[in-house]
Design a protein around this ligand. Structure first.
Ligand SMILES: [Zn+2]
Length: 210
C-alpha cells in the first residue's frame, strides 16, 4: 500500500476526512499555526510512525525522524545538523513541554551497530550510529554471552538513554528541564509484543506504560 498511485488515493481520503468532515481542526491549525505540546524523536523505520501508533491528529506532534531515533550531543563541528536544528525549533520556537525519544524493537540501525552491518567506506550510517557507541560497549561488556534478541533489545533501550543524556547537553533544553517547563521521556515501542514501554528513572527499568 505505498505505490505513488495508492498514496495519491490516500491523500484523497485524508482530504475527505479532515477538510470535509473535520474542517474546524484545519481552520484552527491554519489560523493559529502549529501548537504541538510534544516533540517526538523517532526512527525512520516504516513500522514506527509516531502519529499512527500514538493515534494522533494533525497538529498534535512535532516529529523528528532519523536512523535509530538518535539525538547527537550539542556540538558546533560540521555544518548540517538536521536533528539539532529541528530540536531547536521545537523547543525554542514552539515551546513544546515534552520530548519523547521513541525507540523500537527490531531496529535496523541498532542491528548494524552491534553486528557491524555497515562496512562501506562511503556510508553515512556507521558514523551516525557512533553517537550511541557507548550503548554498544555497555551491551558487549554486560551481555556478551546473551542471545541476539536480548543484546539487541538491551542496546535499543540503552541507546534511548544515551539520547536522553545528549538532550541535556543543549543549554536551552537543560535550562527548561531544570525550570520544570520541559520534561524528557524515554519510550520503547515493542513491536514484537504490541506494547509501549517507558523508562522509569526510579527503578531504572523500561516498564509497560499502558
Ligand atoms: Zn529503527
Amino acid at each position: 500500500m505505498s505505490s505513488p498511485k495508492q498514496l495519491i488515493e490516500g491523500f484523497s481520503r485524508f482530504r475527505e476526512k479532515h477538510f470535509a468532515k473535520d474542517d474546524a481542526l484545519f481552520r484552527e491549525l491554519i489560523e493559529q499555526g502549529q501548537t504541538p505540546r510534544t516533540l517526538v524523536v523517532a526512527c525512520c523505520d516504516a513500522r514506527v510512525d509516531p502519529a499512527l501508533i500514538l493515534d494522533c491528529a494533525p497538529g498534535d506532534l512535532f516529529v523528528i525522524r532519523n536512523v535509530a531515533n538518535l539525538v547527537p550531543p550539542a556540538e558546533n563541528q560540521g555544518h548540517y545538523h538536521g536533528t539539532s536544528a529541528a530540536l531547536e525549533f521545537g523547543v525554542r520556537n514552539l515551546g513544546v513541554g515534552n520530548i519523547i525519544v521513541l525507540g523500537h524493537a527490531q531496529c535496523g540501525g541498532i542491528h548494524a551497530l552491534l553486528e557491524g552491518g555497515v562496512t562501506r567506506d562511503d556510508s553515512f550510517i556507521a558514523e551516525w550510529m557512533g553517537i550511541v557507541d557507548a550503548a554498544r560497549e555497555q551491551v558487549e561488556r554486560e551481555l556478551a554471552g546473551a542471545d541476539n534478541q536480548v543484546r539487541h533489545r538491551a542496546c535499543e533501550q540503552q541507546a534511548i538513554l544515551v539520547s536522553l543524556n545528549n538532550l541535556m547537553t543543549f543549554s536551552w533544553i537543560r535550562e527548561r528541564v531544570e525550570q520544570g517547563t520541559l520534561t524528557l521521556h524515554g519510550w520503547y515501542f515493542d513491536i514484537e509484543n504490541g506494547q509501549l514501554l517507558g523508562y522509569d528513572t526510579s527503578t531504572r527499568q523500561f516498564t509497560k506504560l499502558q
